[in-house]
Structures are given as structure tokens and as C-alpha cells.
Design a binder for this molecule. Structure first.
Ligand code: 1GP
Length: 245
């Protein structure tokens, strides 16, 4: 499967919803159940990742369980260079553009590249920018977070990602954020770039998902909600709002 093409084809028909599952938060079997529930709710793909505690072992077992239970594409959303697995369908080959630690911008990517090649994993390039409040990923990633009112700066990062030839651009408020990326920022970035825009962090309600979609997000990611809620009806309402259905 070519995951990049799968995502681009789907985006051509509207906004997608992606479920983020952290392999460190539950046993693989439970991750499989969550993925199956999300598949039934209408989710288009699964990101696997977390800022800490991800190993090649829990990544592989979680990816396997998710694929078996849901059949959804499994996309590795890496938190560092330590964990890799050929059980995933692709890896987001990402640059944390606003990290003050050079390793997060380019060092880890160089370190991982030969292994990704050897394992034959599809690498999908992505510019990744942390927006206030940034949460754990901002802290662990040593990000110089983009403030909520720094819309022009967010646009500049998006343009830089596009000029670098990156396939996707991701605005991240951080997992568990009390406020998602502001719709004005999403709108401004979306109108400035032509590569697909991913938005995540703090989206837990149909209203927040709809606001991100209406502002122009091409992919909406939710993580915390899936850990806290097993009500298929409610999850479905968030996914439908994300997808405009
Ligand atoms: C992934 O940050 C998102 O990028 C997930 O955020 O856990 O707040 O949904 P939540």
C-alpha cells in the first residue's frame, strides 16, 4: 500500500479523521479494540506514537493488533529515532521545525534514514510545528512554541515546509491541550500553502472538530478522546464533524 497516495486520494474528497494511539498507554490488544471502534466510527487511518515510552517492541505489537482488528492503514508518528518497525505501513519522516534541539530538526532523521531504507518502510515527509500550549511534546521536543497570536509565523513555517518539498504540514497544539490550534491560524496557513494541512491537539468535541475542518484542516487528529471515551455514538459524532458528514 502507498499510504501517501491513499491519504492524498481521500483528501481530494474532503477532510479526514485520524486516530492517534500511543503504544505506551495500553496493551496491544486494547489498542486493537480502540482501532476497531474508531474504524466503525468512520476513522480513515491510525497514527501510532507518543512522546515517551515507545519501543520497537510495543510499536510492532500495537501496529499488528491495530491492522488485524481494524484493517486501517497504520502510520508511525515517531517521537524519536529509537523505535522502528516494519509492521507499520509508513513512517512520518518528520522535522520538528521549531525545535531548538538540532537533533529534532535533522539529526535523528539522518540517524534513522539507513534503517528506514533497510526495513523498506515508506517514508512520508512532514513539517511539524508546535503551537501553544505545546504540552509534553513541546517540552520533550524543546520546541520554541508558536504563540496562538503568531499567525504570520505559523504561515511562514508552512511555506518553508512547502518550499522544502515536504508532503504534509502539521500544526500541533500538543496532546491533551486545553485549547486546540486557533481556527484563524488554521485558516491563514491553509490559504497560504498547497500541501495538505494536518491539525491536532486538544480536539475532543464535535464543535472543535468542525471548527478545525471549517478553517481548512485536511486531516484532523484526535488521541486523548479515544483513551477516555468508549462511547461509539459520541466518537462517531466527533469523526463525522471532522469529516463534515
Ligand atoms: C496528536 O496531539 C494530537 O498530534 C493528539 O492530541 O491527544 O489532545 O487529541 P489529543
Amino acid at each position: 500500500m502507498n499510504v501517501k497516495q491513499y491519504l492524498l486520494d481521500k483528501i481530494a474528497n474532503g477532510t479526514l479523521h485520524v486516530a492517534l494511539i500511543d503504544p505506551d498507554k495500553q496493551p496491544a490488544e486494547t489498542a486493537g479494540e480502540i482501532a476497531e471502534r474508531m474504524k466503525n466510527a468512520g476513522t480513515d487511518a491510525v497514527f501510532i506514537g507518543g512522546s515517551t515510552g515507545v519501543t520497537s517492541e510495543n510499536l510492532a505489537s500495537t501496529a499488528k493488533a491495530i491492522k488485524e482488528r481494524s484493517g486501517l492503514p497504520v502510520i508511525h508518528f515517531p517521537g524519536g529515532p529509537d523505535a522502528l518497525s516494519r509492521e507499520v505501513d509508513c513512517i512520518l519522516y518528520m522535522c520538528m521545525m521549531n525545535s531548538e534541539k538540532l537533533d529534532n530538526v535533522i539529526g535523528y532523521q539522518v540517524m534513522a534514514a539507513p534503517y528506514i531504507k533497510k526495513l523498506g518502510i515508506e517514508a512520508v515527509s512532514m513539517g511539524y510545528v508546535i503551537v501553544e500550549p505545546g504540552m509534553k511534546v513541546g517540552e520533550v521536543g524543546k520546541a520554541k512554541v508558536v504563540k496562538r497570536e503568531e499567525v504570520d509565523l505559523a504561515v511562514a513555517y508552512g511555506l518553508a515546509a512547502e518550499m522544502y518539498g515536504m508532503s504534509f504540514f502539521y500544526l500541533e497544539a500538543g496532546s491533551g491541550a486545553d485549547r486546540p490550534v486557533p481556527p484563524e491560524m488554521i485558516r491563514a496557513v491553509k490559504s497560504a500553502i498547497s500541501i495538505p494541512l494536518i491539525v491536532g491537539g486538544g480536539i475532543r468535541t464535535p464543535e472543535a472538530a468542525a471548527a478545525a475542518r471549517e478553517a481548512g484542516a485536511d486531516i484532523i487528529v484526535t488521541g486523548t478522546l479515544l483513551e477516555r471515551c468508549d462511547d461509539g455514538e459520541y466518537l462517531g459524532s466527533v469523526v463525522r464533524a471532522a469529516k463534515g458528514q
